[in-house]
Design a binder for this molecule. Structure first.
Ligand code: FNR
Length: 378
């Protein structure tokens, strides 16, 4: 008694770009759906570390550089962007809002930012592409039946997708304690649109001859993930599409080099938002070595733990060419649909612009390693 108790630090899922969105999302969503989105692997320390390591990096500004005219404009793999900011692929957005990925994609489109559609989206790529013409990237996993993955890549190309993102950090799904506690079966609760893919439909019919009780969700759970995926499969994906290929979920610089040798057009450094392991290196700690390994050959992209425009500036200063944002977008979507996502993305770009002014960097290519922390100045 009498000893002041310090305020608890906010829980990590409350480190949203717009904290009030999280509170609204918590009320609007079922507890199991909220936990599925908010949660991470194991004790969630890996998820927290992503944010903490970004917070730990400070910036040393330059002054008297005339920052009256600033621009966040950039271009990435042929996609012009109003800022180096994209929505990262996240599945099953119908858990957050009935308009799901259509609302998220429309928000990114209205601000001139990028949007990546998950293979396990709630809405089909053809519909989402209409909401985000010219800026849709399609994410894929290599399923146990590769034909289903190739079929989705073909449909995305047809629908006008500008890049294919292959996620390689899910040989198994991480052990997520919240989902275990809630008994949450994501594909049963929110069936992904892939179950309507013609190749998937054929496969389901074929498998049902042996097992008539097999459900679409049951088949998805059988096909994903495939722990046997290897470099040979990446080579095959490379040979099957002419779209730029992003390899997502790389943390080791030697893997980054190998992916670029295999034809990757960009590398996305990511810990899957801490959803795979609580012992993975924080994404921000892994980034510099990946930039050193391949940054002169291909753009390096980054996700995991980005919550503020200052985080975006920090990641760009570490050498990433663009930043992808995850959970804060879901909270905006759940709270206020398309408008909510626009609010999150607008906050991030405005804060990036503000941070650039304070750092003396009028354009995004002025954000470089010289601005990070305290160094031995020449
Ligand atoms: C994801 N993520 C993900 N990644 C991917 O390649 N395909 C997918 O289908 C999904 N699905 C998914 C669902 C949900 C609910 C979340 C939160 C995340 C991972 C995602 O792309 C990204 O790596 C992290 O979300 C980034 O971390 P932050 O910004 O959420 O901390």
């Amino acid at each position: 008694t009498g000893v002041p108790v310090p305020e608890p630090r906010p829980r990590v899922e409350e480190r949203a770009t717009r904290p009030s969105d999280v509170e609204t999302a918590r009320v609007r969503m079922t507890e199991a759906a909220f936990d599925y989105c908010a949660g991470g692997a194991g004790d969630e320390s890996g998820m927290r570390r992503n944010v903490e390591r970004l917070d730990a990096l400070t910036l040393t500004p330059r002054v008297l550089r005339d920052v009256s005219a600033r621009s966040t404009l950039t271009e990435l793999l042929g996609t012009p962007l109003s800022a180096p900011l994209l929505v990262t692929p996240m599945g099953l957005q119908a858990l957050c809002h009935p308009r799901a990925e259509v609302a998220t994609a429309a928000a990114a489109h209205s601000l001139g930012l990028g949007f990546t559609l998950s293979m396990f989206s709630s809405r089909p790529v053809e519909e989402v592409a209409e909401a985000a013409p010219d800026r849709l990237w399609q994410q894929v996993y290599l399923l146990r039946e590769r034909e289903v993955s190739w079929s989705l890549v073909g449909r995305a190309e047809q629908a006008g997708a500008r890049a294919v993102v292959c996620t390689v950090d899910v040989p198994l799904v991480g052990r997520r304690s919240r989902d275990a506690r809630n008994g949450f079966r994501r594909f049963d609760t929110a069936p992904p649109a892939i179950v309507q893919d013609p190749c998937f439909v054929d496969l389901l019919a074929h498998r049902r001859r042996r097992d008539p009780s097999l459900t679409p969700a049951g088949l998805v759970a059988e096909l994903f993930p495939d722990p046997a995926v290897s470099w040979a499969d990446l080579a095959e994906l490379r040979s099957r599409t002419r779209l730029p290929l992003v390899v997502k979920g790389v943390l080791h610089p030697q893997d980054a080099r190998r992916a670029v040798d295999a034809g990757a057009d960009a590398i996305q450094v990511s810990t899957h938002g801490g959803r795979q392991s609580d012992r993975h290196v924080a994404a921000a700690d892994a980034l510099p070595a990946v930039v050193a390994a391949v940054g002169d050959r291909v753009p390096v992209l980054f996700d995991s733990g980005v919550r503020t425009g200052a985080h975006v500036a920090t990641v760009l200063a570490l050498g990433a060419r663009a930043v992808l944002v995850g959970r804060p977008v879901l909270w905006g979507l759940a709270a206020r649909g398309q408008e909510g996502v626009e609010g999150v993305l607008r906050s991030l770009t405005e804060e990036l612009d503000h941070t650039m002014a304070l750092l003396g960097a009028p354009a995004v290519d002025g954000l470089d390693r010289e601005l990070i922390g305290v160094r031995e100045w020449a």
